[in-house]
Design a protein around this ligand. Structure first.
Ligand SMILES: [Zn+2]
Ligand SMILES: [Zn+2]
Ligand SMILES: [Zn+2]
Length: 444
């Protein structure tokens, strides 16, 4: 694999090993998709250059290593140090490049092809100390706007999965800023003006005051009863309240720790702070299939309309069940399970599996109406809610579905189908168990 070097030639490198470049433009002119890049620059310039490279339409894909050291942001952007492991990464890259589907246009495809080409790649957050905040430098290179929402939706779709929890960040309850100052405050008036207080307690009269008030020349004398205090534990002791509020004079043992917001000034109790989780993401199963096929796996074909989430589908089902009970309506729940889909993915090229699914759904689409609601329950199971569907029609639909499955004689997809009439009293009482039973029955 050809190595393009940007910057000084590191120790142990010979000029036969690599093509050295002094500027990024000439390097990008020479760069091809089957090259790798080694960067040897001083920080923070190195991280700036890495961002330019990852934003480039070709360089974002190729293995990029740093030669000597890298700051935290560069580590998130690059593929690691140029060591023995790097040679292995390069051969993995070339082997996977040959299997990557050639459509790399969309933003999502960019993310997917990047992650697919090296299995150890992650989309990791980086803590920007100048902004007091985490961000995803790679997504910034690809000009993706609402990072967290986008990553969440890809995770819901099983394109990405969480690889690691990087940090839990506490946020102000009113402005969500995480620039918080944790400070001990007075438990009675919440003033931050508290200080350590060295006090004495006279046993004779019970007077409590600061040590300074007892000090007379080199002796300790109670300012209230004039008793000379000689022995601690006999004449006097120190109260356990060793803090004093300078605003309200309250003495106390432990102050209340509050998180005061530097952005909006709100004083938060610790239990009021919200928490934001920052994860590193890796490619998940559907993302892997997508990288090789160039499109989303077809278990959810576009022709069937926008799917609803399984949470939303549960809610919808419960609601429609109630309405149906009240207004004597009749709906139908249809569940489709592709029982050997996972097996087919492992045995056949993914493009063949997608073609089979496409073929099935092309015909299936004719049986479904625009107003029917579809939900991808999981990897191999779909649920449909067919509103206002009379029970006598479900027999017809069932017959059509079965004949559809039979027509596909050369299609290895195995399909099981279940129908449920709605309203259903069991659904009204124990929705989750009712759904679990349905899924279990399909999977038998
Ligand atoms: Zn106070
Ligand atoms: Zn006294
Ligand atoms: Zn705030």
């Amino acid at each position: 694999m050809k190595i393009l070097l940007l910057g000084e030639q590191p120790l142990g490198f010979s000029s036969q090993d690599c093509h050295q470049h002094s500027d990024i433009e000439s390097l990008l002119d020479e760069l091809q998709i089957n090259h790798c890049i080694v960067v040897n620059l001083a920080e923070p310039q190195q991280s700036v250059v890495l961002k330019q490279l990852r934003a480039h339409e070709l360089a974002y894909l190729v293995p990029i290593f740093y030669a000597v050291e890298a700051n935290a942001e560069s580590q998130v952007l690059a593929d690691g140090n140029f060591d023995e492991q790097a040679q292995l990464s390069c051969s993995t890259y070339l082997e996977r490049l040959a299997r990557l589907h050639p459509t790399l246009q969309s933003q999502t495809n960019r993310l997917i092809s990047f992650l697919w080409l090296l299995p150890q790649r992650r989309i990791s957050p980086f803590y920007d100390a100048t902004k007091w905040y985490y961000r995803y430098p790679l997504l910034e290179c690809w000009q993706e706007q609402s990072h967290s929402a986008w990553l969440n939706s890809l995770e819901k779709e099983a394109v990405l999965s969480k690889a690691e929890l990087i940090d839990r960040v506490r946020q102000c309850k009113s402005c969500k800023s995480s620039t918080l100052n944790y400070v001990e405050t007075c438990p009675s008036c919440n003033s931050i003006d508290v200080s350590l207080y060295s006090a004495l307690h006279c046993f004779t009269c019970g007077h409590v005051a600061s040590q300074a008030e007892f000090q007379q020349n080199s002796a300790l004398v109670c300012p209230n009863c004039q008793t000379q205090l000689r022995h601690i534990g006999v004449d006097y002791d120190r109260p356990i309240e060793n803090h004093r509020c300078n605003s309200c004079s309250q003495l106390f043992i432990d102050g209340e720790v509050r998180a005061n917001c530097h952005s909006c000034g709100t004083s938060n109790r610790l239990e009021e702070l919200s928490e934001e989780l920052w994860h590193a993401y890796r490619l998940a199963e559907r993302g892997e299939l997508w990288a090789q096929s160039g499109k989303q796996t077809s278990l959810m074909p576009e022709g069937l309309g926008e799917p609803v989430s399984s949470e939303h589908f549960r809610w919808l089902l419960g609601w429609q069940n109630q309405l149906a009970q009240r207004h004597q309506q009749e709906h139908l729940l249809l569940a489709l399970h592709f029982s050997n889909l996972q097996q087919l993915y492992s045995e056949l090229p993914s493009s063949t599996v997608f073609a089979q699914l496409d073929e099935f759904f092309e015909r299936f689409q004719n049986l479904i109406r625009q107003t029917d609601i579809v939900c991808r329950w999981n990897q191999d199971l779909l649920m449909f809610l067919l509103p206002n569907f009379a029970p006598e029609h479900s027999k017809v639909l069932e017959a059509k579905l079965l004949s559809l499955a039979e027509e596909q004689t050369d299609n290895p997809l195995e399909l099981s189908v279940r129908f449920r009439q709605i309203p259903n009293s069991e659904l009204a009482e124990q929705a989750e168990q009712w759904l679990l039973n349905l899924v279990a029955e399909l999977r038998q």
